[in-house]
Design a protein around this ligand. Structure first.
Ligand SMILES: *Cc1c(COP(=O)(O)O)cnc(C)c1O
Length: 380
């Protein structure tokens, strides 16, 4: 893939994603990898292929369209749509292909039941409950009506009660997190008491790592698969320390030149050289999803050494300080990853950028991407 104009190059390591999954699955028992949004920018098909080779069988994506894309690439696997079907066409697709659908609206259940009849096979459902995120799902008070609706939908096969945690990556909110777990457990118990025995699915990466008591039957790790620790910088970062980064991003240097003391650089001249300096102009900018917010804040990694960004990030160019560092036009510089002590972690980049690792991966993953297959899957 590529967008035609950029020189930025994203390298992904799907076998490291699989190695991370093994680590997580060993901890929690039944971890279904979340590979929505093109596997957080790492490439849906490559990630699914290596995860399946490592033993994963159920894969979570967002839309039914993504589920179809996954099943086209990997016909043997089971797909889960976390957003669930939106309309009749998606219901037909999901029911026909056996996609497990998260459903949090009454109309969804009715539509899916009808589609299941047309498809001649039961439609697989995970009932989605809102236990504190206030985004999607039935509430606990909807339960009587949910049971009534299910009674009128004979072609639905209800497998799970699911919910999503709002603050699992913030140790200070422990009570709220456990409260969400308690609410979901009570809901599942009520369903069971009404003759609808279901599994429970709640934990994201942070809960998988920090809340063993919330593992229940199925876990849904996303970000940790890609090597980012959702508890980075908190008191609970320890369980996520062995994860392997699975994305590196580079761009070529276009030009290297002197910047004399007192000279400004880039639009607005927001950086003025305090002394004689040498700068490299790198072929990456906000058109390559490299945020303009990194102006005078971020760093790149030149052969193991941190090179600070000087002045504003432009559309296709960014200047960095390479004073004392040998380099010339054509050399590759790392925006993410790279060798030595200057390695830029996703957490570093997200911090300078003013965002989270998820957004860094999704955005930088949209650049032209190549897969690198490590020979040793467990490099930890
Ligand atoms: C994205 C997503 C996940 C994965 O969350 P991470 O924080 O990346 O582990 C789990 N469940 C749902 C519903 C999601 O949308």
């Amino acid at each position: 893939m590529g967008i035609g104009y950029n020189l930025v190059s994203t390298r992904v390591y799907p076998r490291r994603i699989a190695a991370n999954w093994k680590l997580l699955a060993a901890r929690s028992g039944n971890a279904w990898p979340v590979i929505k949004s093109d596997a957080y920018g790492h490439g849906l098909a490559g990630a699914a292929r290596e995860l399946a080779a490592a033993g994963a069988a159920d894969f979570c994506v967002g839309t039914v369209g993504e589920a179809a894309q996954l099943l086209d690439a990997m016909p043997g696997v089971r797909a889960v749509s976390l957003l669930g079907p939106l309309d009749r066409a998606e219901c037909a697709e999901a029911a026909g292909r056996g996609v497990l659908c998260f459903c949090g609206r009454f109309e969804q259940l009715a539509m899916l039941d009808e589609a299941a009849r047309d498809a001649g096979r039961p439609a697989r459902v995970a009932l989605k409950f809102d236990t504190g995120m206030a985004r999607l799902g039935f509430t606990a008070s909807d339960l009587p009506e949910v049971l009534e609706t299910l009674a009128a939908c004979p072609d639905l096969q209800v497998e799970l009660a699911a919910s999503h945690l709002a603050t699992a990556d913030e140790p200070a909110t422990r009570d709220f997190v456990l409260g969400q777990g308690r609410i979901l457990k009570e809901i599942a118990d009520s369903l069971g008491a009404a003759g609808r025995r279901v599994g429970i699915c709640l934990a994201n990466s942070a809960a998988l790592l920090a809340y063993p008591e919330l593992h229940f039957d199925v876990q849904r790790p996303g970000i940790a698969l890609y090597g980012a620790n959702p508890l980075h910088g908190t008191s609970q970062d320890e369980p996520g320390l062995g994860l392997l980064p699975a994305m590196e991003v580079t761009a070529p240097i276009l030009s290297v030149h002197d910047l004399p003391a007192g000279a400004g650089i880039s639009y607005g001249r927001t950086f003025i050289a305090p002394r004689d300096m040498r700068v490299a102009v790198v072929a990456v900018g906000y058109a390559d999803n490299y945020s303009r917010g990194l102006a005078n804040k971020g760093f790149m990694n030149l052969a193991g050494t941190r090179a600070p960004i000087l002045g504003r990030v432009c559309m296709q160019m960014t200047a960095v300080d390479v004073t004392g560092l040998p380099c010339s036009a054509g050399d590759e510089i790392f925006l993410l990853g790279g060798p030595g002590p200057g390695a830029v972690t996703a957490e570093d980049l997200a911090g300078w950028w003013g965002t989270i690792t998820y957004e860094v991966f999704c955005l930088l993953g949209q650049n032209p991407r190549t897969e690198v297959l490590d020979t040793a899957p467990d490099l930890a």
